[in-house]
Design a protein. Structure first.
Length: 314
């Protein structure tokens, strides 16, 4: 209960704090009002029109910062499943008001260890279980995903997360940085968006059952590329663009043409097991790469356990 009749000033102060938190959240800042990596990434997924999750963020506003940051990261994974399967928002509306009450009670828990345990249990029960149930639906949607499946900013977010994940594995990094480096990159159509007549004819001859306009927009045909390299690569055949792809700083793109091998049992070799290079670029190549990217997605967007390391003070 608000108890605004007996404690009006406390009620007003609470409203003010909630407004301040809300304004910070819509700007991608954390519960301390400062720039926040997890909130910035969540904002890139949700955009400006999706706002249902703010009820959960407000319920966790008083969490210790490490727990808040952990929660935001788990919320991102949960919302990815629901947004990319285009689940009606009414399903979330029903749950979020109930979950917010649970989160407020967790925030009021005085014992830090008990608070961590309760939050971990919340994530497992509400996020992880729902994500597991929706995984077949998500995989099916990603198999059919193309450039026009969702708003372009969400396709950029998807490609950025995939590319960042591979780069982190390639470099042996454990903690992700900002997605801004990736979301400003060009979305490259490996099979060109505007092909020459010769290229389109060659594709039709090699892939008689595949529609060019369908395959050019499939997720498996999309990758990130720096603008200067994209300009040079242009609308040429894959064999002609391979040299430019090798120059790309994003390993998910450069590995299209060549897999780098360094030592044994290194982070590079471990990520290489999940990637593939191609000699030519056909409908089969695009389908294979789409499956490859789905495999990476299943590793990226998943619930993670709450550990002492994940809640260590920054």
């Amino acid at each position: 209960m608000c108890d605004y009749a007996d404690k009006p000033f406390e009620f007003v102060r609470k409203i003010i704090r909630n407004v301040e938190h809300y304004l910070a959240f819509i700007e991608g800042r954390g519960n301390d009002g400062k720039p926040n990596l997890e909130m910035d990434t969540l904002k890139r997924l949700c955009g400006g029109s999706f706002s249902l999750h703010h009820v959960l963020l407000l319920a966790t506003a008083n969490f210790p910062k490490p727990l808040f940051d952990y929660f935001v990261g788990q919320l991102e994974g949960f919302l990815f499943y629901y947004i990319f399967t285009k689940t009606p928002t009414k399903e979330l509306e029903r749950n979020f008001s109930l979950w917010a009450d649970e989160l407020r009670l967790i925030g009021e828990t005085a014992d830090p260890a008990e608070q961590r345990d309760k939050l971990s249990a919340f994530v497992a029960e509400h996020f992880e279980n729902n994500m597991t149930a929706k995984e077949p639906e998500l995989i099916d949607d990603l198999k059919r995903y193309s450039l026009n499946s969702m708003q372009q900013y969400r396709t950029r977010y998807l490609l950025a997360k995939l590319t960042q994940f591979v780069d982190m594995a390639y470099k042996g990094l454990k903690t992700p940085g900002s997605l801004s480096e990736y979301t400003v990159a060009e979305i490259e159509h490996i099979l060109p968006d505007t092909p020459s007549d010769a290229l389109q004819s060659a594709f039709a001859a090699a892939n008689p059952t595949a529609l060019y306009d369908e395959y050019k927009n499939k997720l498996g045909n999309l990758t990130l590329l720096e603008k200067p390299i994209n300009i040079v690569a242009g609308n040429d055949f894959f064999t002609a663009k391979k040299g430019e792809y090798r120059k790309c700083k994003y390993y998910l793109t450069s590995s299209l043409t060549e897999i780098a091998t360094v030592g044994q049992n290194t982070s590079i070799n471990r990520i290489n097991q999940k990637l593939q290079s191609f000699d030519d670029w056909t409908a089969t190549s695009i389908d294979k790469r789409q499956e490859l990217l789905i495999g990476l997605a299943r590793e990226i967007w998943k619930a993670s356990p709450l550990t002492l390391e994940s809640t260590a003070s920054a």
